[in-house]
Design a protein around this ligand. Structure first.
Ligand code: SAH
Length: 530
């Protein structure tokens, strides 16, 4: 799950936990014990035959003995009854506990088997080497030895064995993924149970909502640190756009009740108060609001601005309705952080008829990038790292969208707006969308990435409209751009239209993160923005 250390910048340094000096007597004792056990383990284990008292030196020797002296081919029994690990263990314990003879095994019907009972899971012999053997491996070893002894190419047999091992690894991987999913569900359930028990909340409140609360705690605590606010305030493109919009449109604010959703240091609330608002209610769940309280008092605006600590979704405002909602909710690629969800909640709950949300219009755009150097730095880099091949790392690197400044001269297409949102109208479900796009190429070169960015407009009813853009073509902002690297760059011709489809949806396990999928001529590419 993503750590919301700092949704718009670098993580503040955390203290490192102290490392143990290793001078721990108990640990040393444990080590000795392990060493002794290891020594015991390394002694050759003898295997008692399943059908007589003979002791054999190894599992393969036991199999050979069973086949030669008792006419029981255990591998054949395993294969005939399709025994899995449990079935095999039960069979071994069944033979040992019932002391059945060989004929009892060879003439068995296909189902039901006499060792179905779970009782046969209990080992009859302590440390029975036959129980520590993987039946699948037994079968593979047998087929290998058949091949080698019959003179068939051992190379083929080895290949078969590798293939079977790969299949086993892939099955185990799938099982592990399922187990992780189950664990995640259990975690949700457990959290729901604990929280419901502790706070005697209605049982119908879902565990998922509780998990969301934990994630939100991390998110809001990241906004408690001054550095993220410093970064935002110093982003002149951003802050001056809000200021210019409010100061140059006083008629919009005069005598109005304004709600600032997520006020941070209180900067937007203070702009609104200075622009002539009658009352400003400023809400933030992060601890930064305590600083905002000091800041508002230091600027003698406490009569105009009411600060409330809490999530906008949880608190009750001191007024029924507000005339204007202002908020700076935009995340990387506009929608990362999902804070627009909270603004829409506030709009639907508190905005008076005829009221307005600002900013109101937002465009999300894409363009093609040709930057072979950057591609090499991020992708080809892994082919040779200090002389080692780390190419498998590419699988982890490519699907992570990157937030960075794109150089204007690496753009190789005209931009295309892929989605427009009107914050006064858009509804929650529309924040997940799919749309077709067409990028007109301006260069004949290799396309190495797609870049996403957004534009913001203060438009509705404004005599002086204000906008700003986070495009690579204009002054940089702290949002930078979002880069989707293509694993395999492809050639494009100037004048050509690159047709594609983009879909954006929330990551269900981490609803503030996004999945972005591109359908391009060479296939589907999915990226994670977290
Ligand atoms: N308005 C400030 C801060 C913007 S950052 C400025 O322009 O500088 C977004 C702020 O919104 C953060 O301080 C965060 O804690 C707050 N926030 C996000 N979601 C919120 C919610 N649902 N309820 C209350 N505050 C929220």
């Amino acid at each position: 799950m993503a750590e919301y250390i700092n949704p718009r910048g670098d993580a503040p340094a955390e203290e490192m936990p102290e490392l143990s000096d290793g001078d721990d007597d108990d640990n040393d004792e444990d080590l000795w014990q392990w060493a002794e056990e290891d020594e015991e383990d390394s002694r050759p284990a003898t295997v008692t035959c399943l059908f007589c008292d003979r002791l054999l030196s190894s599992v393969p020797a036991t199999l050979q003995h069973c086949a030669a002296d008792h006419q029981v081919n255990l591998v054949e029994v395993i294969q005939r009854h399709h025994l899995d690990d449990y079935g095999y263990i039960k069979m071994i314990n069944f033979i040992r506990s019932t002391k059945c003879d060989a004929s009892g095994l060879t003439g068995l019907p296909d189902a039901p088997l006499p060792w179905e009972s779970e009782d046969f899971l209990l080992p009859v012999l302590q440390d029975d080497p036959l129980l520590q053997t993987d039946p699948e491996e037994l079968c593979e070893d047998a087929s290998l030895s058949v091949c080698s002894s019959s003179g068939a190419q051992s190379h083929d047999a080895l290949q078969q064995r590798t293939h079977a091992a790969e299949e086993r690894a892939s099955t185990s991987e799938q099982a592990l993924t399922r187990a992780m999913d189950d664990l995640h569900k259990l975690k949700l359930l457990a959290q729901g149970l604990v929280l419901n028990a502790e706070t005697s909340r209605p049982a119908n409140q879902s565990a998922v909502a509780d998990l969301r609360e934990d994630e939100d705690e991390a998110y809001f605590s990241s906004y408690g640190h001054y550095s993220i606010h410093e970064e935002m305030l110093k982003d002149k493109v951003r802050t001056e756009s809000y200021r210019d919009f409010m100061y140059s449109n006083p008629e919009v604010f005069r005598d109005k009740v304004v709600l600032d959703v997520g006020c941070g240091t209180g900067i937007l609330a203070m702009f609104a108060a200075r622009a002539g608002a009658k009352q400003v209610i400023a809400v933030d769940q992060s601890e930064i609001i305590y600083k905002a309280m000091d800041i508002v008092r230091s600027n003698q605006l406490e009569d105009k601005i009411t600060l409330i600590k809490g999530r906008i979704e949880d608190i009750k405002l001191p007024v029924e309705k507000v005339d204007i909602i202002i908020s700076e909710w935009m995340g990387y690629f506009l929608l990362f952080e999902s804070m627009l969800d909270s603004v829409l909640y506030a709009r639907d709950r508190y905005l008076a008829d005829g009221g307005s949300v600002y900013p109101d219009l937002c465009n999300l755009s894409l363009a093609a990038v040709g930057d072979a150097q950057k591609h090499r730095d991020h992708i080809a880099f892994w082919d040779d790292v200090y002389g080692f091949n780390m190419a498998c790392m590419k699988q982890a690197v490519v699907p992570e969208a990157m937030v960075e400044m794109v150089k204007e001269d690496t753009l190789i297409s005209e931009p295309a707006v892929i989605q427009t949102f009107d914050c006064n109208k858009v509804c929650l479900s529309e924040l997940e969308f799919a749309s077709d796009f067409s990028l007109k190429m301006t260069n004949t070169t290799e396309c190495t990435a797609l870049v996403g960015y957004f534009d913001i407009f203060f438009d509705k009813g404004c005599g002086n409209k204000v906008m700003f853009s986070t495009s690579p073509r204009v002054t940089k902002t702290h949002w930078k751009q979002t880069v989707f690297l293509l694993e395999k760059p492809f050639n494009v011709q100037a004048g050509e239209e690159l047709q594609g489809k983009i879909s954006v949806c929330k990551n269900k396990k981490d609803p503030r993160a996004l999945w972005v999928t591109f359908d391009l001529p060479d296939g589907k590419h999915t990226y994670n923005l977290q």
